[in-house]
Design a protein around this ligand. Structure first.
Ligand SMILES: Cc1ncc(COP(=O)(O)O)c(C=O)c1O
Length: 1005
């Protein structure tokens, strides 16, 4: 017979007291009273004495094996020696187990233990401290039990949650939902425990750390009682058993799980395999409780203790049963600091590294977007009542007012639109699941939805319930032989249910569905709910799209930001000031002589490589910013700046190594003769200094400049820039300034077709220079850009510079080449534009691209010239050549080299010219010439006639291109030249895009 079939000992207290006094010397002279304690199968008493000492008397069920009692004594003796547990363990009073005959003369074993004073865990209010102390005690218990073992612990035992196969034959006692629940749990147990059993650690276990075996005082668990269920079993059983009671009657399952598990794990680290089984063991213990209660009640209707936890167990079982078992596994893995799933790392790397195609027909970044917020304070959901038609109208009106094609609903937004019971949190029923873990794309019903990457249909289902997804697709994506992840598409039209089937392979970019209208999409305004999930968590039809706040940290790992696939710029999601406001403020604060590009000004929020991103999350291809030479926001340039700035920034009056290293690297890019550098901050400063050096060297003031040139904004340089002094607001040419005609074979005085046209421009220079001397003046220098930027991207013809330099040098004047626009590999064939002309200037000025946006510029010259400038007057520049600027300049040179940007400029530039010439041949009446070198190009626009400059067309094109997401600008004396000088990362795809859009515009002219 087993202890479960035998009634507990039948006791007469008067006889028993007498017997106790005779058998335990510690009790012999005391007056004793006995109080019944609860027990399932034994008879236990609290022994009160007149000395206030209390003991626990345990009279075992007559069927109890002595070996099990010896095992208990063995464990109590041993645990009492462990400092981590000593105070929690009842101490043995008896020296040996005695035998007592009960009223029906059955022999029962008797033991006497110390009494631990306090209340039962079951009868106090629980809080975080109490639960943490329970976790700690259990952790210490598991740790210490690892080293103890007795043969009698190897036994089969009904209360062991790791083995509940015996329950199958009891299922017939139950009916309806209860029966179904038990069967479900048996199946789950099979998967999560039975099949995993071999991977679990086994040890001696207490087996029954339930709420009635835990003594509590002042928010701390102080004692663990009842070692009668000890057995060799999975170590994690003890935590599971204790949880199955600690979770009873809790609204907030989450906190209890967290408090107990984390503190257990800190002391005795739970393995991943144990986590896999833990919650199924908890449920198994609850199943045992309800099955045993049902069984024992039938046998022993008088023992109320047998069903003491039954109702609570059922309630908890039902609650736990609603929670996805994988969610609990992920949650516990997260509690314990493990990655939530095996694929967590690989999927995250994959998502960060890969480029995905658009879920819509157009790239999301080529579309103006506005945020559609469903937060409680939003214009769309304030005083929310679920009326999809009027909400759709409000959304559409908002999009129109904001010049936007689509609306974006936010990831991790707390919303007030999720109504109904389904949204109550199962882990804390006082909270709701109201935080969105996908991104919504609000667009017209019928909008095509495309797969952003290869995959196969995993779920295809019409979740046709109010507030649900309606037609839903979930695609599975393999990322390597082991790992996969999923993308979820909700609120579709029914079309996908017809054209797809589960298992169908899907190609990146393939149309998989269209956006559904409210009457079929769960009753929402038409939109796509797009979500990523690392795991389907056993779901076969649907998947949660919202999370409760307490689980958000977990859900954001299971379902990471969908924008990792959508690729909308992050700045779009921040709250931004409106363009109107920005303009108003700017106009009131900043001089209006600063111009703003485009009829519709751009509010750029971020940039990367050759792209800008505006407040509508729209991407713009930047074709004009040669300052961001190696690409916008380059991380290496940033790192160089930060690293040096955190170390030292000072001026050139101190010694520091970086200025020498950088100067060496920079000068190595020049012909040997140009061996000395002055650092300044801007191109204007460089040209200003160059002119000063030339004046000092030649003791002259007169200067020859190229017509339409621009050399800078200082007072001096405005006077050297015909582009400025001859235009609006200009004061005209000063007498010491002389102008060389632009050798423009298209529109200049002498044209390509004229024989010797180049020589005529050279002669014009000679005549001009000679005239200076005829007037008893002397020339200090000749300023020239190696490609004439403001002149309209004019390429200087062969031999021109060589001959002109000869004329200048004959007069002992200096030749200064302004490489501010063209330097640093942009022209492709050469690092500096002047190199094409086979000349070596006396002075070269640098700027714009030199610091990739950081203000650093330079004058490079010969030692001889520089020495002469050292005339006693110190040259000091507060910022020029400071360590931070030098680090940045150094990094720019490194990146040009490591990313082979000069060669890239050559290849891309040649391809660009070829492609533009194809357009020119199609539209000769609009394009007269495509010219340039590398990535410094110009398209000369005309109006039908060969060289009649067409400013209107140029302006129209740049504004139309801006609408198409491409930024260009115009230049040249007639403003008819489209100027192209993009960051050097500009690639062939960019060329193709520019050319195809230009083609489209020309086609429609
Ligand atoms: C050829 C040339 N030189 C000099 C400058 C002046 O440079 P910064 O604006 O850095 O003063 C510019 C500016 O556009 C330029 O194009």
């Amino acid at each position: 017979m087993s202890v479960y079939n035998s009634v507990p000992p039948k006791i007469n207290q008067i006889y028993l007291i007498k017997w106790l006094k005779e058998n335990y010397s510690i009790l012999s002279n005391k007056s004793i009273s006995l109080k019944n304690l609860n027990s399932e199968r034994d008879k236990n008493f609290l022994v009160n004495t007149n000395t206030k000492q209390k003991y626990v008397l345990k009279i075992s069920n007559p069927e109890e094996s002595k070996k099990i009692l010896d095992l208990q004594d063995y464990v109590l003796d041993n645990l009492a020696k462990r400092t981590s547990l000593n105070q929690y363990i009842p101490k043995k009073i008896h020296s040996s187990i005695k035998i007592y005959s009960d009223l029906i003369n059955r022999k029962c074993f008797v033991r006497l233990l110390t009494y631990i004073n306090g209340k039962m865990y079951a009868s106090v209010r629980h809080n975080g401290f109490l639960e943490e102390s329970l976790g700690m005690l259990l952790g210490n218990l598991s740790k210490e039990l690892q080293n103890l073992i007795q043969p009698s612990a190897f036994r089969k035992f009904e209360w062991d949650p790791s083995n509940i196969s015996w329950v199958i034959k009891e299922v017939s006692m139950f009916k309806g939902k209860n029966k179904e629940l038990i069967i479900n749990n048996l199946n789950e147990h099979n998967l999560f425990v039975k099949k995993n059993l071999k991977k679990l650690r086994f040890s001696l276990t207490h087996g029954d750390a339930n709420n009635y075996n835990l003594v509590v005082k002042k928010n701390k668990v102080l004692g663990l009682l009842d070692y009668g269920d000890m057995l060799y079993a999975p170590t994690i059983n003890d935590l599971a058993v204790s949880l199955s009671y600690a979770l009873m009657n809790k609204n907030d399952l989450y906190s209890t799980l967290k408090n107990i598990i984390i503190s257990y794990h800190k002391i005795f680290a739970i393995t991943l395999d144990e986590i896999f089984s833990l919650m199924s063991l908890v449920k198994a213990r609850l199943i045992i409780t309800v099955v045993m209660a049902e069984k024992q009640r039938k046998k022993f209707p008088d023992n109320a203790y047998l069903s003491i936890s039954e109702n609570d167990a059922w309630k908890l079982l039902y609650k736990l049963n609603y929670i996805n078992p994988y969610l609990l596994i992920f949650l516990i893995r997260d509690f314990c600091g493990y990655p939530i799933s095996k694929n967590y790392k690989s999927v995250n790397i994959f998502l960060k590294k890969n480029n995905f195609s658009s879920v819509l027909d157009n790239s999301l970044n080529q579309i103006n977007k506005s945020i559609i917020s469903f937060a409680s304070n939003s214009i769309f959901t304030r005083n929310y009542s679920h009326k999809p038609i009027s909400l759709t109208k409000t959304i559409n009106a908002h999009l129109k007012n904001n010049d936007s094609e689509i609306g974006i609903g936010l990831y991790k937004e707390k919303r007030n639109v999720y109504q109904g019971k389904n949204y109550i949190s199962q882990l804390n029923n006082k909270t709701r699941r109201d935080i969105h873990i996908g991104i919504d794309i609000f667009a017209k019903a019928g909008t095509n939805i495309r797969a952003p990457l290869d995959g196969k249909v995993f779920i295809l289902k019409d979740n046709a319930f109010e507030y649900d997804y309606g037609p839903t697709i979930i695609l599975e994506h393999k990322i390597n032989n082991l790992d996969k992840f999923y993308t979820i598409y909700g609120h579709l039209s029914k079309k996908c249910l017809k054209i797809l089937h589960v298992g169908k392979k899907i190609k990146k970019g393939e149309v998989i569905a269209e956006i559904g209208n409210y009457h079929i999409n769960g009753n929402w305004p038409p939109h796509l709910h797009f979500q990523i999930s690392l795991d389907m968590m056993g779901e076969k039809e649907n998947f949660p799209g919202v999370s409760e706040n307490i689980l958000l940290h977990l859900w954001s790992k299971i379902s990471p930001d969908p924008n990792l696939i959508l690729g909308i710029p992050n700045s779009f999601f921040k709250k931004n000031e409106s363009v109107k406001n920005l303009l108003l403020k700017r106009n009131s604060l900043i001089s209006k002589s600063l111009s703003i590009s485009y009829q519709k000004p751009l509010h750029i929020l971020e940039s990367k490589n050759q792209y800008f991103y505006d407040d509508k999350g729209r991407e713009y291809l930047d074709c004009v910013n040669n300052i961001s030479h190696v690409g916008h926001s380059h991380h290496k340039i940033h790192a160089a700046m930060v690293e040096q700035n955190l170390k030292l920034n000072t001026n050139t009056r101190y010694l520091y190594k970086i200025i020498n290293d950088y100067s060496r690297k920079l000068l190595n890019k020049f012909p040997k003769k140009l061996d000395t550098v002055f650092f300044v901050c801007t191109g204007s400063e460089a040209n200003d200094l160059a002119y000063r050096i030339a004046q000092n060297y030649t003791k002259s003031t007169d200067v020859l400049v190229m017509d339409n040139a621009y050399h800078g904004h200082t007072n001096t340089l405005i006077d050297l820039s015909p582009y400025k002094f001859n235009n609006k607001g200009g004061l005209g040419k000063k007498s010491y300034v002389h102008i060389a005609a632009m050798p423009d074979g298209l529109r200049g005085k002498w044209k390509y077709l004229e024989k010797g046209w180049i020589n005529k421009y050279i002669s014009q220079v000679k005549i001009t220079v000679d005239a200076i001397y005829k007037n008893n003046k002397t020339l200090s220098c000749f300023f020239v850009e190696s490609i004439l930027g403001c002149g309209g991207q004019i390429i200087l013809p062969p031999n021109y510079l060589k001959e002109v330099f000869k004329i200048i040098r004959k007069k002992n004047a200096l030749c200064i080449v302004d490489e501010v626009q063209t330097g640093f590999g942009r022209v492709g064939n050469y690092f500096w534009g002047f190199e094409e002309h086979g000349i070596i200037p006396d002075i070269v000025t640098l700027g714009k691209p030199m610091g990739n946006g950081h203000p650093i510029a330079a004058v490079v010259t010969t030692k001889k010239i520089a020495n002469k400038f050292n005339n006693g007057m110190e040259y000091f520049n507060s910022f020029g050549g400071n360590p931070v600027s030098c680090s940045i300049g150094n990094a720019v040179l490194d990146v040009i080299e490591s990313e082979k940007l000069q060669k890239h400029a050559k290849i891309t530039g040649d391809y660009f010219i070829k492609s533009l010439n194809k357009i020119k041949s199609k539209y000769p009446k609009y394009i007269s010439e495509v010219r340039g070198r590398g990535l410094f190009l110009g398209i000369d626009l005309i109006n039908n006639k060969y060289n009649y400059p067409n400013e209107k067309l140029a302006t129209l094109i740049i504004n139309k291109m801006r609408q198409r997401g491409i930024l260009l600008s115009t230049d040249g004396p007639y403003h008819n030249v489209i100027k192209i000088k993009p960051p050097m990362t500009f690639n062939k795809d960019n060329v193709d895009l520019v050319c195809s859009e230009l083609n489209n515009i020309f086609k429609k002219l």
